[in-house]
Design a protein around this ligand. Structure first.
Ligand code: PLP
Length: 467
């Protein structure tokens, strides 16, 4: 069935009404009342702004939930997550400490255990975070403590947050070259490891730009030979681990590298990217629970009702939404972490959508793929004879596809260096240092049925453009 979130919220609010009634009736305080006319006008403006068309001088909202939208890594939460969040948010539990909301803290421990089991971490330590950035910061903070402040190495295609957070943590950050597929180059990694000052290597599964997966299965033994810690940034792609044991993995899906995450020291995954959650839900997991000692602190304000592990004791963030834990918990009850049930088939449809999209681009008249997708992101280019014209045409297709009021298609732009582009399109002339190409994130299962139609529309625009 396709649940109606309003039905679930009504059911939840009725249960909360009954629960609250048990404490005795409370009159709403007059100070909390609102002027009906003022509210009416404000709500009208609010809804008007949220539903303004994406064209015009001040861009309105893009339709992230519609298959026409294949731009960035954005999609609405599942109705179950939305309802669970709305229900718990009425109470507003704070998972900073167990007494900020015992049930949602328990749910957090349960979902963290589920995520850890997905990656194959046997006795992990971990918690939810506000997102992938903070989750990665925590992993690098623990790495700094464990390695005595040695440098971090990350591929050129890794998320920019790692270099920035290395700066925050005051450790050096070495950038490792990547290959044309966007994966870390292992020879370049070994060169960096040989220097002897790198304590932690960040591997990415999958990259935010190309959806590429670093060669984790080979990189981890290499890192171990040099005594380096391994952190896997699977903020975007972590949930694809569910598909790594399936017999019928799609073409090009690097199952062995997802399986190898089990050998890492820490991993980050964002339930608010592929886990169907509203924003505000990342997760960090550590293979060795003993690293919890680095978080040690005393708070005079909070921990007073339990001697059990407080999530606030193993987190850099203090207040965190218990509603986020509740939403993820209910979602994973309804859509379990499995390959053939729940989340697995949703992710598998995205992988198939990307392969269908890639196939259509290859077969199209005026578009060409840059590389075959490993996960669910496709990068492709309109035909052009020079770097400047490629850049201008990509921008024009992007804009015209979005601006058509009758048949809009939303894609993204991605900048690639001239050398990389010339290795793919040797005839490309011009001396610009880089050019933008087109990029689509096929992260909704509905994209599978829309791939042909989306590419046909983009191909039509790529063709007749002048210049
Ligand atoms: C999205 C992303 C991040 C940052 O996570 P946020 O949830 O946006 O803070 C880090 N690394 C990768 C690979 C990502 O895709």
């Amino acid at each position: 069935m396709h649940p109606d979130p309003l039905d679930l919220i009504r059911q939840g609010y009725a249960a909360l009404d009954a629960w609250e009634a048990g404490f005795g009736a409370v009159e709403a305080h007059p100070s909390l009342g609102v002027d009906a006319d003022r509210l009416g006008a404000a709500v009208e403006e609010y809804l008007g702004r949220l539903t303004a068309p994406p064209r015009g001088e001040t861009p309105g909202m893009y339709p992230f939930g519609h298959p026409r939208y294949a731009g960035q890594m954005l999609k609405p939460p599942h109705p179950v997550a939305l309802a669970a969040y709305a229900i718990a948010a009425r109470i507003n539990p704070n998972n900073h400490a167990l007494d900020g909301g015992p049930p949602t803290s328990e749910m957090e421990k349960e979902v963290v255990a589920g995520l850890a089991a997905m990656f194959g971490f046997a006795s992990p330590l971990g918690h939810l975070t506000g997102g992938g950035t903070v989750a990665n910061l925590e992993a690098l903070f623990i790495a700094r403590e464990e390695t005595g402040g040695k440098a971090v190495a990350v591929s050129r295609e890794g998320h920019f947050t790692h270099a920035r957070m290395a700066g925050v943590l005051d450790v050096d950050c070495a950038v490792v070259a990547s290959d044309d597929a966007g994966r870390m180059d292992l020879d370049a990694l070994e060169d960096v490891l040989r220097r002897g000052d790198v304590g932690t290597v960040v591997l990415t599964a999958a990259t935010t730009g190309l959806g590429a997966v670093d060669p984790i299965a080979e990189a981890i033994p290499l890192c171990r030979r040099y005594g380096a810690r391994v952190h896997v940034d699977a903020a975007y792609g972590g949930f694809f681990r569910l598909l790594a044991d399936a017999a019928d993995a799609p073409v090009g899906f690097p199952a062995e590298h997802f399986r190898a995450i089990a050998e890492a020291d820490s991993v980050v995954v964002d339930p608010h990217k592929h886990g169907l959650q509203p924003y505000g839900c990342g997760a960090v997991l550590f293979a060795d629970p003993a690293v919890g000692r680095h978080y040690r602190h005393d708070s005079p304000y909070t921990y007073f009702t339990s001697t059990d592990l407080h999530l606030g004791e193993i987190s850099l963030e203090c207040s965190r939404p218990g509603a986020a834990a509740g939403a993820l918990w209910l979602t994973l009850k309804a859509l379990p972490l499995a390959s053939d049930d729940g989340l697995g088939p949703i992710l598998a449809a995205g992988l198939r959508a990307a392969r269908a999209f890639y196939g259509e681009v290859r077969a199209s008249e005026h578009l060409a793929p840059i590389l075959a997708p490993e996960t669910d992101i496709v990068v492709y280019a309109p035909e052009a004879d020079t770097l400047d014209r490629l850049d201008a045409r990509s921008a024009a297709v992007f804009q015209q596809a979005m601006d058509d009021p009758d048949d809009p298609v939303f894609v993204g732009l991605y900048r690639l260096g001239a050398d990389r582009l010339r290795r793919r399109f040797p005839a490309l002339g011009g001396d610009a240092p880089a050019a933008r190409v087109l990029r689509s994130v096929l992260m909704k299962p509905e994209h599978e049925a829309w791939a042909t139609r989306l590419v046909a529309r983009l191909d039509g625009l790529a063709g007749p453009l002048g210049g």
